[in-house]
Design a protein around this ligand. Sequence first.
Ligand SMILES: [Zn+2]
Length: 432
Amino acid sequence: MTAHHRPESKLNEAIERRREDLIVLTQELIRIPTLNPPGENYRLICEYLANRLKVVGFEIEMVRAEGAPGDSAKYPRWNVVARREGKRTGQCVHFNSHIDVVETGHGWTHDPFGGALVDGRIYGRGACDMKGGLATSIIACEAFLEVYPDYAGAIEISGTADEESGGYGGVAYLAEKGFFSPERVQHVIIPEPLHKDRICLGHRGLWWAELETKGRIAHGSMPFLGDCAVRHMGAVIDELEDSVFPVLKNRLTEAPVIPEGARNATMNLNSIHGGQTEIPKEDGGLPSPCVPDSCRLVVDRRVLWEENLEETKQEFRDAVERVKARRDGFDYELRDMFEVRPSMTDKDAPVVQTVTKAIEDTLGITPEYVVSPGTYDQKHIDRIGQLKNCIAYGPGILDLAHQPDEYIDVDDMVASACVMAASLEQLLVVPE
Ligand SMILES: [Zn+2]
């Protein structure tokens, strides 16, 4: 779908006129390196957004998530919430974007914080996930304000911290403070990079846990005098391979998860540590000969709507118990780390219907409904805010998120901005 297919309208023209502005805005956001961890430059990017939105009449609230995980004097968890009231009462549409980005990693051919524009694509960490989406929603709102200054209701734009690390210093904190209460906000659009013609209704759940197998330390030349925690863990992994992974592979959801490989329940063995701490290479030297008395495994289990979180945990525990039953001296501890229930907005929800019509009218295509394999901030809006009318919709290709040479396509951003503005038109331009 290219720009010339789009129907001529005042809104689309107003967005097309802002193409250059959209590019520069995206580049400037990328150039503020908001790496998380540790949570850098949050205040700076919130002030940047505040200054921009003040100019077009938004009221600004800067909210620091004091006491949230990660919040410190050095790395304060700042959030910005901007609200612009219309001429009359009506509904409030909220665009929520996270301001943090993940580490750059290796393999870049562009400066990760340079925002280079090459062949219609802007490159940089966070280009698609999700500073491009944030810029797109701002341009959509600004164009809408120009065309419909007398709209009813309210528009909100938030830039929030820590989505990449669970969202506790961001959307979760704001939801606890009432920023997403159904009295204040009626529609939430999260411009995560799901693509301009897709509506993301929700996400799978998760359970993170740490399993520790216990042993007894002894001299490595006489392992029979100790008890090797790493071998115990090996037996656990064998059991998972035999009895759990095959079952998960065949347990499918009805929900339209993309990519399709994530339609079954999944489990990732995230990390494993056994025995003595590794000696840093630069320090040199050999390890001492010891039988490991502890081995820890971090498990990342993704949960389907059809599954139950308690049964999910029990299934894992049962596998470990089977190992215990057949191994002498086997002892373990299983600790919960983090859990999220699956979330899914109803297809009949007003925000879904609105954006569906906007995609049809603007792009001339029927949107695809998808759900995300990983969680995002919708979980907090759903669970803490009790707001069920929430979707993710935004430009960009999800697979590029967290990769080297992440980019956002400018035409896709323009198309998505037209869809977002058309959604505002449906919800906020109503007869008096
Ligand atoms: Zn994201």
